[in-house]
Design a protein around this ligand. Structure first.
Ligand code: FMN
Length: 178
C-alpha cells in the first residue's frame, strides 16, 4: 500500500526543536514525510537534522529548482495532510489572509488536503485580539488547531502559548488520517 504523505511545515519558534521528535515518530509509523522550513525556522533548527530523519532534503524556498512547477504545487499534489508546527503568529496571520508571501503560506493555499496547526508563542502574543481573530478565521476555514496549552514558555514564564506536546500532535495526526 502507498504510504500516506504528510508535509510537516516548521515555523520560527523555539518549539521547532520538538518537531524533530514528531518527524522521527511519523517516519517510524511509516508515513512519507516531507519537511518545509520557514526562513524563521532555520534560526532554530537545521536542514541536516530533518534530511536525516526523513531521508529527504527539507524545502525552504519558493523557487527551489528541484521543483520545476514550484514546490507549493508539487508538495501539495498527493499530500494527505499538512501539519504546521510550531505555527507562529506570523504564519497564522499570513495563512488567515491568504498572503502567499513565502513558501509555507503559498503551499497552504495550494493544498486541498486537511490542515493541522499547532500554534506556539508567548502568552501576550497569544492573547492579542489580532492573533485570536486569525485563529478564528482559520478555524472557520476548516483548519484544525491543536493547542496551545498552558505551561512553561521559553520567555521563562508560565502561561498560555506552549506548543502541544509532540505525542499529542502525533495522536491528532493519526486520528485525522485513520
Ligand atoms: C528566541 C525567539 C523565540 C521566538 N519564538 C516565537 C514563538 O514561539 N512564536 C512566534 O510566533 N514567534 C516567535 N519568535 C518570533 C519569530 O521568529 C518571528 O516572528 C519570525 O518572523 C517568524 O517567522 P516564520 O513565521 O517565517 O517562521 C521568536 C523569536 C525569537 C528570537
Amino acid at each position: 500500500m502507498t504510504p500516506q504523505r504528510i508535509v510537516v511545515a516548521i515555523g520560527g519558534g523555539i518549539a521547532a526543536y520538538k518537531v524533530a521528535m514528531l518527524v522521527s515518530r511519523l517516519v517510524q509509523a511509516e508515513y512519507r514525510v516531507e519537511v518545509v522550513l520557514t526562513q524563521g525556522a532555520t534560526h532554530f533548527v537545521g536542514q541536516a537534522t530533518f534530511a536525516a530523519l526523513c531521508g529527504r532534503t527539507p524545502t525552504l524556498d519558493t523557487y527551489d529548482s528541484r521543483y520545476p512547477l514550484g514546490p507549493h504545487i508539487e508538495l501539495a499534489e498527493g499530500t494527505d495532510l499538512l501539519v504546521i508546527a510550531p505555527a507562529t503568529a506570523r504564519i497564522l496571520a499570513s495563512c488567515a489572509l491568504g498572503l502567499a508571501d513565502d513558501l509555507l503560506s503559498t503551499l497552504y493555499l495550494a493544498c486541498s488536503c486537511p490542515v493541522l496547526m499547532a500554534p506556539a508563542m508567548s502568552a501576550p502574543m497569544w492573547d492579542q485580539p489580532s492573533v485570536q481573530r486569525n485563529v478564528t478565521t482559520l478555524r472557520g476555514d476548516g483548519v484544525k488547531m491543536i493547542g496551545p496549552t498552558a505551561g512553561w514558555l521559553s520567555c521563562r514564564k508560565q502561561g498560555m502559548g506552549r506548543m502541544a506536546e509532540p505525542e499529542d500532535i502525533l495522536a491528532a495526526i493519526v486520528e485525522k488520517l485513520s
